[in-house]
Design a binder for this molecule. Structure first.
Ligand code: C5P
Length: 226
């Protein structure tokens, strides 16, 4: 059987990576963190001192990168040329530079093709694959069995981002998170329109929902298409 492909999009702090991981765990499936691929390309560019404004040079990195992506929801690792960069790609330097890489249209074409392949292969192998990003429901897998757009209010997203980074919930961290979340929305909005659901995509506002509630809801939807 070809397996079930699930596409989840959403902005930074919408909870999509947590939800994708838990949904994959609950269904015995695999995950595909597409943001990790943009981050890995960014990591190589910074390590090799590639000028991020040089479109061809950055596209060359995306084409040639020796990238192994784990699809196991319990600890999906990111390995480049044998080096484990799973933690390194979460650094602030990467987060600040990644939009410059993600707006490179050549890079997007290269990574989107790889993402489609990984999604289909993993769904076939494990029965289910949950892919998350910004353009999965629209570009990478518009024909996925289930397509979800997770949204949440900016306040909820800031609070989640702060919790994720283990920061105390003070006025100061809120302000810092607000800057980060809103700046990334702006930078990423040139990437693709991911704040409005495309035709046939199920939008779910998670502002007032717990992780468990979102998960329960999505599990029902997966069972319907399974
Ligand atoms: O999801 P995450 O924060 O790890 O994504 C990092 C960055 O990669 C995003 O800010 C966005 O610029 C880019 N991205 C993208 N398309 C995707 C996934 C991520 O452009 N499908």
């Amino acid at each position: 059987a070809p397996g079930v492909s699930v596409a989840i999009d959403g902005p930074a702090g919408s909870g999509k990576s947590t939800i994708a991981r838990l949904l994959a765990e609950a269904t015995g499936g695999g995950i595909l963190d597409t943001g990790a691929m943009y981050r890995a390309v960014t990591w190589v560019c910074l390590a090799d001192e590639v000028d991020l404004d040089d479109q061809d040079a950055v596209a060359h990195v995306a084409r040639e990168i020796d990238l192994e992506l784990g699809t196991d929801p319990n600890g999906a690792s990111v390995v480049v040329s044998g080096e484990d960069i799973t933690a390194a790609i979460r650094a602030q330097t990467i987060t600040e530079a990644v939009s410059a890489v993600a707006t490179n249209t050549q890079v997007r074409t290269i990574l989107q093709r790889r993402q489609r392949e990984i999604l289909l292969a993993t769904a076939a192998q494990r029965g289910v694959c949950v892919a998350e990003g910004r353009d999965i429901t629209t570009v990478v897998a518009p024909d996925a069995d289930l397509r979800i757009l997770l949204t949440a209010s900016p306040d909820a997203r800031m609070a989640r981002r702060a919790a994720e980074l283990d920061l105390e919930d003070t006025e100061e961290t809120r302000a810092a998170m607000r800057d980060q979340v809103l700046r990334r929305d702006r930078d990423d909005s040139t990437v693709s329109e991911f704040l409005v659901p495309a035709d046939g995509v199920i939008a779910l506002d998670t502002t007032e929902l717990s992780v468990d509630e979102v998960l329960t809801h999505l599990l029902k939807l997966v069972e319907k298409v399974r």
